[in-house]
Design a protein around this ligand. Sequence first.
Ligand code: TXA
Ligand code: MG
Length: 343
Amino acid sequence: MQTQVLKADSRGNVKLAADLIRRGETVAFPTETVYGLGADAANKAAVAKIFAVKERPAFDPLIVHVASVEMLSAVVSTIPSMAWRLIDTFWPGPLTLILPKRDEIPDIVTAGLPTVAVRMPRNEVALSLINEAGVPIAAPSANSFGRPSPTRAEHVMEDLDGKIAMVLDGGPTQVGIESTVLDLACSPPAILRPGGVSRECLEDILGEVLISSGSEGRMLKSPGQTRQHYAPRAKVLLFDGKCRERVVAAIREKIDELKNGNQIGVMVPEEELFHFTDDVVAMSLGSFTKMEAVASRLFETMRALDRRGVGYILTLAPPRKGIGLAVFDRLFKASGSQLIEVD
Ligand code: TXA
Ligand code: MG
């Protein structure tokens, strides 16, 4: 199949994409977090194409995207008062809620679960596409399963060229990291995947919120949170420790150990870039004092290092607060859940 890449700033192109969705095809489109691979959420055969194209296991459920509260009511069977408060504050935006599903949502979307993940994206193109299609759109990130999520149309093409009907190119995404997935069925509510809305912001509205991101290796409530995820082809080594100087020294030592015959990539905060010179491919994540900007370039930097053909990516854990928690989570998953602690 030939994959068309069309600019999203033309209404005609958004209409073409919406037609494809209504006809049961898959289309990649921008959201404020990452690009999604969308299909009509009520059309089983169309949703099956998403799983096939991404090589995504059937046990990993999808997020359904809506453009209005009326559409939300067609997806979920009840909306508790806590959900309303979150919707009022954070929608449209990068917050996904897990709510009881309506029978109209086929099991393939939710991997057989009685609940459905749902969010209203903030991106204008995404909202117009959903409105033009007139149906809720099921969409995971538009990458091959396990790869870093795409934050540009080019990244979607790297993974899915020839496998999907169309990519709507809306330029780079703003947040750069996926939505926060929140489970409201438990008390206190639990974050199943940290993302674009921080724990602190949720706690302002809800009081205590737990983190259940699965780093303990137990059975996961969010089936997509497998141990190895968001990973570049290179092996990621994630360093952490209280003293920044010692962490940097440990990374330098590891470079010397691995250098023999290996091309090494390094992904560090701007402040530490000067420690890494000609012997490695060093890329800045931006300043750790501006964590939103770090989040927005994280996946892109992983892909860029992959294109340079490095065998290893050595990187440094950010502070786990605000959106830094989501950045840490993606790096941790990319490392195969192995943190190298430096004391
Ligand atoms: O920002 C985002 O969330 C992007 C854009 C495209 O919206 N989408 C995205 O989708 O990241 P995906 O499929 O890559 O991640 C969905 C996550 C997975 O970890 C999945 O296991 C979890 O949501 N999930 C979906 N339905 C669930 C459910 N009923 N219960 C628990 N977790 C669920
Ligand atoms: Mg994904």
